[in-house]
Write a protein that binds this ligand. Structure first.
Ligand code: ATP
Length: 238
């Protein structure tokens, strides 16, 4: 049975006079990979920031597990099960890989649960286990992205929000990140991912939404959007 985990209704987010997101409607079902695609400045990051509570909408409603997110701080949303991996990795330099991961689990006080979650993250990212005592700043770009995702998973999210996870990575790492997104979903975590790399995102996504100038202009399954001539012309290089 399809179970709705997130329902966004008539969401509008402005930056002063800039109407970055205008009356956007979409849903994410539990266990899905959903992608938002669109050109630079279309409003993708702003939508994620609205969901995670980093930006305050001017209008609209966001229901997570049938609970209204309005008025909840970012921290409370993390506790409700929504964790965002921001664009650009943002690992903490001067701290080891393990310390970075520990920060993701700062609300977890059960040692056994911590060890189990850490083992799961090391399973997904064996390189992080190998480098656990190393300063996070010494990791490659791709490894830092893995650490940022691993840190988010340490909070045991129900839904993870990924902002351009493949940005700036070498082709080998890009493929790896998309493989990992699928493994994250298989482990039971719902994924909402925004990507410039529309082709690969739509290939792994169950469904997608196309954003243009702050509005959703098309939606469908990943396969439908990949086959759409409108989407191909605008976002997939014809
Ligand atoms: P990108 O891939 O470039 O991040 P995006 O689709 O994620 O694009 P947003 O970053 O959400 O788009 O930006 C949507 C619009 O809001 C753009 O016009 C952008 O210039 C503007 N914008 C984003 N952040 C801010 C901000 N902090 N202050 C003012 N305007 C902003």
């Amino acid at each position: 049975m399809v179970e709705r985990i997130l329902q966004v209704t008539d969401l509008s987010v402005h930056y002063g006079a800039i109407k970055a997101v205008q009356q956007v409607n979409f849903v994410v079902n539990r266990g899905e990979i959903v992608t938002l695609i669109g050109a630079n400045g279309a409003g993708k990051s702003t939508i994620l920031r609205g969901i995670s509570g980093l930006e305050k909408p001017v209008a609209g409603q966001m229901m997570f597990n049938n609970q209204d997110l309005n008025g909840l701080s970012s921290e409370s949303r993390v506790q409700q099960g929504i964790v965002q991996v921001p664009e650009g990795r943002h690992v903490f330099p001067g701290m080891s890989v393990l310390e970075n991961l520990r920060l993701g689990a700062y609300t977890m006080h059960d040692k056994q649960q911590f060890s189990k979650t850490l083992a799961h993250v090391f399973d997904l990212f064996p390189i992080l286990a190998e480098r656990k005592t190393q300063d996070a700043a010494t990791l490659s770009g791709g490894e830092q992205q893995m650490l940022a995702i691993g840190r988010a998973l340490m909070a045991q999210p129900q839904m993870i929000l990924l902002d351009e996870p493949s940005m700036g990575l070498a082709p080998l790492f890009i493929q790896k990140i998309f493989d990992i997104i699928q493994q994250i979903r298989e482990s039971g975590v719902t994924v909402l991912v925004i990507e410039q790399n529309a082709h690969q995102a739509l290939t792994i996504a169950d469904r997608g939404y196309v954003l243009e100038s702050g509005q959703i202009i098309a939606t469908g399954t990943g396969a439908e959007l990949l086959a759409s001539s409108q989407v191909r012309a605008a976002y997939l290089g014809g």
